[in-house]
Write a protein that binds this ligand. Structure first.
Ligand code: MN
Length: 351
């Protein structure tokens, strides 16, 4: 052990964890009902069929901790030296639901529940808004309520909604509200859509192990390559898990995207105002949830800029206090480290 982990800034920075999950009992009950009745997407069956029922030590810990927005979570944060958590309703949020009224109710109640917790721990908890993408117009209104009445700092969308993606015209009210309200849009993974999961579940690779990054980076690239950020130049997208690998791939993606546009290979691909690199440096932020790797962090900073990379723990799914020690001691200037752990999150989320 290199050093004791303390909150309060003893190393010159506060630590803000930016992708931290909670659940409501109402949400988990609704998801498990869909799983049990055979009405859930395959990805939800794979994910929540496991997390919702397994008696293993890890899943029991996760279920208990997801439902807690009180002393257990604060103690875990204290033990890991995490000063503040930016909290979001856990994946898939309301996006497994088929009934818009149920999705709206669960999102609204989760937002009110999180608001209460943020009021109990104003120095420790900050909220992100849950929405119901099944109903984009209502979601846009909930974004306004979340920002103006609840004082929340962004929105988490758990990637696809029954295989549909935010670049589709039906979701435009959500993108427009994020841009108008200056709310960061965090796209977080969920179980893969039925027409993508294919054999990945049989291979045991559909979840956070691999499939999540495939599907969520695909979602982000759909936004980038269809000109969403030309339409909404101020819109800010946040991606976890090392920006879902995009910084590593971006040169090849950009080259082949431009080649495809020039040859008019696909109707959907049109010239953009900028290179894909530009959008990574002006519209995308990356967090380290589940990927506490100094090499990945250096690559993200080089490609995206050191002002766009933030710490996240992904509590309670990957609660590893030792990763904080590792990142405290990574080879990086003090000012840069302060941006990474504290200042960038304060800037983006207006904390
Ligand atoms: Mn997560």
């Amino acid at each position: 052990m290199t050093h004791e982990l303390k909150t309060g800034g003893d190393r010159g920075y506060l630590r803000i964890a930016t992708e931290e999950a909670f659940a409501t009992a109402e949400q988990l009950d609704a998801i498990m009902r869909l799983v049990k009745e055979g009405r859930a997407d395959k990805g939800t069956v794979s994910l929540w069929g496991f997390y919702g029922t397994s008696a293993s030590e890890r899943t029991t810990f996760i279920r208990e901790r997801l439902l807690d927005l009180g002393p257990l979570r604060i103690a875990a944060m204290d033990e890991a030296g995490i000063d503040k958590a930016v909290l979001a309703l856990t994946s898939p949020g309301t996006q497994s639901m088929h009934d818009p009224e149920e999705a709206r109710r669960i999102a609204r109640n989760a937002n009110d529940h999180l608001k209460d917790a943020c009021e109990r721990y104003p120095d420790r908890f900050h909220g992100m808004i849950a929405i119901a993408p099944l109903d984009p117009e209502w979601s846009a209104e909930e974004l306004r309520r979340g920002k103006e009445e609840l004082g929340f700092h962004g929105v988490q969308v758990n990637s696809h909604t029954h295989g549909h993606y935010l670049d589709e015209a039906q979701f435009d009210p959500i993108l427009r509200a994020c841009a108008d309200l200056d709310l960061p849009l965090y796209i977080h993974p969920q179980g893969l859509p039925d027409d993508m999961i294919g054999d990945m579940a049989n291979a045991g690779l559909d979840g956070a192990v691999y499939g999540f990054a495939v599907e969520t980076s695909y979602h982000a690239l759909r936004l980038l390559t269809t000109g969403v950020f030309d339409r909404y130049p101020s819109l800010q997208l946040v991606l976890g898990h090392g920006a879902e690998g995009l910084p590593f791939w971006i040169d090849r993606t950009n080259y082949m995207f431009n080649a495809g546009v020039r040859s008019q290979r696909y109707d959907r691909l049109k010239p953009l105002q900028h290179s894909l690199h530009h959008y990574l440096r002006h519209n995308v932020w990356g967090t380290t949830s589940g990927l506490p790797s100094p090499a990945s962090i250096r690559l993200m900073m080089e490609v995206m800029g050191e002002d766009r990379v933030m710490y996240a723990m992904d509590y309670p799914y990957q609660y590893v206090p030792d990763e904080v020690r590792l990142l405290d001691t990574m080879d990086m200037g003090e000012a840069q480290k302060r941006k990474f752990f504290q200042a960038n999150a304060e800037t983006l989320f207006k904390l």
